[in-house]
Design a protein around this ligand. Structure first.
Ligand code: IPE
Ligand code: IPE
Ligand code: MG
Length: 262
């Protein structure tokens, strides 16, 4: 553990504290392949992803990251076989039950992004979500967003539907609809856009993650399978992010760049 701490410090010392990403979002992928490679069931790969996730939470806090979003279940993951889907639902209940106090003690505010009205989500899962959000609502060390039953297209559809209803009630003038109108109707309205989106397991696609929010995010891809990811890997990804030049549509070396909404 001491060795690991020293290794983390060594990588973290290469990070410029002045430009730590404010919001890191992670597509935690590769659990099934990690398990298959060991002759285990896919679900054991998901279980092996839990210590990886909590090591990353500690690393994110140590680095001063303010927002950490993790993709835990996509709107497309219902297509998996019932055994795996049931496992993931149970696992989420169990994880929130076991880890809620730990997250609270760390000062982490827990929020969920996704479609909660889906009747396929067991009531026990919705209850645990509400309890975790309520218990941690005043925490300020970091906000952790669990993207659960999350789909980027579904999120935009839900926002459009809410805006259409507001137009119908004469609360929004269609001529005044702008980027900010959409952004304020997303699942977590106060969430800043991710500065960096990390995807593990060597896949190079978004898989419907944060479509609106990641318009100008940097993508960092790593071959590491999620159960083998840890705070050291997180720190390496932050170093890679800091080596990028973000332009937001401006020209090279231009100063005073602003975001698309700015
Ligand atoms: C990611 O790991 C976790 C979830 C999608 C819930 P996978 O289960 O997708 O693992 P691979 O991609 O099959 O290896
Ligand atoms: C994305 O991974 C969803 C999560 C990590 C929860 P998937 O494994 O479901 O994505 P695809 O199917 O490879 O695109
Ligand atoms: Mg996958």
């Amino acid at each position: 553990m001491v060795g690991e701490d020293a290794a983390f410090e060594a990588i973290a010392s290469a990070i410029d504290p002045a430009s730590v990403p404010r919001h890191v979002a992670i597509i935690m992928d590769g659990n099934g392949r990690w398990a298959n490679a060991r002759g285990l069931h896919r679900t054991q790969g998901h279980a092996a992803g839990e210590p990886a996730l909590f090591d990353v939470v500690h690393g994110a806090l140590a680095l001063g990251i303010e927002w950490l979003t993790v993709y835990t279940f996509s709107t497309e993951n219902w297509a998996r076989d019932a055994y795996e889907v049931d496992f993931l639902m149970e696992f989420n209940v169990d994880l929130l039950e076991r880890r809620r106090d730990e997250l609270d003690d760390l000062g982490v505010r827990v929020v969920f992004a996704g479609d909660r009205s889906d009747p396929r989500i067991p009531g026990a899962v919705l209850d645990r979500m509400r309890i975790a959000e309520h218990q941690t609502r005043d925490n300020t060390a970091m906000t952790m967003v669990f993207a659960f039953n999350y789909g980027g297209r579904a999120e935009i559809v839900d926002a459009v539907r809410a805006i259409a209803k507001a137009v119908e009630r004469d609360e929004i003038d269609p001529e005044q609809i702008g980027h900010d109108t959409i952004a304020s109707h997303l699942y977590v309205p106060d969430m800043p856009d991710p500065d960096v989106v990390i995807r593990t397991s060597g896949e190079h696609r978004t898989s419907n993650f944060l479509l609106w929010e990641s318009a100008y995010s940097e993508y960092v891809f790593t071959e590491v399978l999620w159960p083998e990811f840890d705070r050291m890997e997180l720190a390496r990804c932050v170093v890679e992010f800091q080596g990028r030049e973000r332009r937001f549509g401006g020209a090279e070396d231009e100063s005073g760049l602003t975001g698309v909404d700015g």
